[in-house]
Design a binder for this molecule. Sequence first.
Ligand SMILES: [Mg+2]
Length: 127
Amino acid sequence: MKAYQEWLEAWDRARGWDRVSPSHTLVHVMEELGEVARLMLAWEGYKEAPGPEALHDALEEELSDVFVFLFKLAYQLDVDVEAALVRGQAKAEGRYDDVTAARAMLARYHARQAEAADRLLKGPGTG
Ligand SMILES: [Mg+2]
């Protein structure tokens, strides 16, 4: 990961692309996330999908674009992504170490999703 981040920064520097505002890089992250969001709507059947393989390829490409601009934002803000993820991993392990409790949270989520889907299927005013 560190090697990728260093490669990206060198790639951008060679082209002068490192000299853009970090806030514009963040907007670019959001633009790419929007492309992922559009594909997710197709993935979940809200929009027409081009077919499973083409959809998967497109998702792969757009998620890659998101990562590129997140890595760029990180180097612009002098954040070492690899070190940050190691810290994040420790944080997750501290917060959600109890697997039984985590599975109970998931069960509550699934129950709420089932209720929401049921309300959508039944229509308005049905509780
Ligand atoms: Mg894109």
